[in-house]
Design a protein around this ligand. Structure first.
Ligand SMILES: Nc1ncnc2c1ncn2[C@@H]1O[C@H](COP(=O)(O)OP(=O)(O)OP(=O)(O)O)[C@@H](O)[C@H]1O
Ligand SMILES: Nc1ncnc2c1ncn2[C@@H]1O[C@H](COP(=O)(O)OP(=O)(O)OP(=O)(O)O)[C@@H](O)[C@H]1O
Ligand SMILES: [Mg+2]
Ligand SMILES: [Mg+2]
Lengths: 227, 227
């Protein structure tokens, strides 16, 4: 469902050039949950934004559902992001003027789903994350961990085939962090392909395998667990 | 250096009223590092914003350096925040139009320190956090963990007596997270009083004691470690 082939990313040029990713290969099949770990600055968010078509690779190819991103029109990529990709941003990226449930329902509404249906789906996703009482609050009336969970709900609502989560439990206690991993694990069982960036080895253990980044390169991968 | 006496905080009113804190007592002496833990939504950030005079308590008293916050003028409180209190926000709160070193130097410059002196202090703080190459970059050119470390550098620059950090290692790998705790530990040894909110029990173990919140109340405290 997701494939990165020899992806490199360079920011800036000349003396201030930053090699954020170097020749990264990654393959995530439907039903698989892959964790990505590595030091701060090693390229994890860059890998995810390129996989989610939010940024272009400098060289290399990205394929989502077998389709090459670089071969798609801007409209087709936008549609792919609305329908097929669920993204949890490292800084949540909620819209301050929308309530929690409106934030969660937004991708569906943008895709033409009727408001009432979208909001019902939004409330359901919020309940799965323990936020049934917070639906009508605005982001600035929520705790850090509540905002993070709203961002996660927005990524899992609807029928996405690819789930990309950038440190979805960074602001969460261990109980809530485990609940998020359980949710992602369940989504992948339904056929979704998932990539989770995390610093927490315990949460990474929920994944089928772990990819390790350092200085923009994949330096190690674990084998799938036995049995 | 910091004292909370029977502090309560209520958000909203009527049926949507939220009791964020209930009768919280906390005392942190100069030289002590206290960790605060608890589930998402338990009141940790609220406790910290009230301790840092960024929000008012609904009832109860807050004393910084022996001075009662409610008895101070707005100007005096602003001066206290610039000079005496270093705050690391859960969402970093960096200024997008300033470079990393400018963000770090800002509290000093606002307090009348000459720009060159302030920037030198800023670069020194960035070096302590492993960011000597990132000083002239803007926040949107930094990774999540790099932004968090800039926010931490801003809190420790200058001569603060009170350090309040809201999950300063949420976006950091374990190596960087430990480096942050080491830095806070060292600051407290110099006579600073520190309060760190964290979900990570391993990082909390760097503190002299741990306070546990649940539903806005202090439900438990550890004794200081032996020896
Ligand atoms: N402006 C507000 N209006 C209403 N409720 C609020 C507001 N701000 C915070 N709250 C609520 O107050 C409670 C405590 O929030 P706080 O941010 O202190 O939690 P926290 O312990 O820091 O959580 P986290 O670990 O998720 O960051 C939460 O239930 C939150 O939803
Ligand atoms: N716009 C940019 N211009 C220059 N350098 C950038 C830019 N964006 C990111 N970088 C750099 O690219 C590298 C990788 O960044 P990335 O955000 O992918 O790291 P990360 O692994 O997600 O880190 P963290 O764990 O801190 O979130 C870092 O060294 C960062 O400073
Ligand atoms: Mg990142
Ligand atoms: Mg908080």
């Amino acid at each position: 469902a997701l494939e990165l082939r020899s992806v490199s990313k360079v920011y800036g040029d000349g003396p201030t050039e930053v090699q954020a990713l170097r020749e990264v290969n990654l393959s995530v099949e439907a039903g698989a949950l892959v964790a990505v770990m590595g030091p701060s600055g090693s390229g994890k968010s860059t890998l995810l934004t390129i996989a989610g078509s939010l940024e272009d690779a400098t060289t290399g190819e990205v394929l989502v559902g077998g389709l090459t991103l670089s071969g798609m029109s801007r409209n087709d990529r936008a549609r792919l992001r609305r329908r097929a990709i669920g993204y949890v941003f490292q800084d949540f990226n909620l819209l301050a003027g929308l309530t929690a449930v409106e934030n969660v329902a937004l991708p569906l509404e943008l895709d033409g789903v009727a408001a009432r249906t979208a909001q019902a789906a939004g409330m359901e996703a919020l309940e799965q994350l323990g936020l049934s009482d917070q639906g009508s609050r605005f982001p600035d009336q929520l705790s850090g961990g509540e905002r993070q969970r709203v961002a996660i709900a927005r990524a899992v609502v609807g029928d996405r085939r690819l789930l990309l989560a950038d440190e979805p439990s960074g602001a969460l206690d261990s109980v809530n962090g485990e609940a998020v991993m359980r949710l992602m694990r369940a989504a992948c069982r339904r056929g979704v392909a998932g990539v989770v960036v995390t610093h927490d080895a315990q949460l990474a253990s929920w994944a089928d395998r772990v990819v390790f980044l350092r200085d923009g390169r994949v330096v190690d991968q674990t084998a799938p667990p036995l049995g």
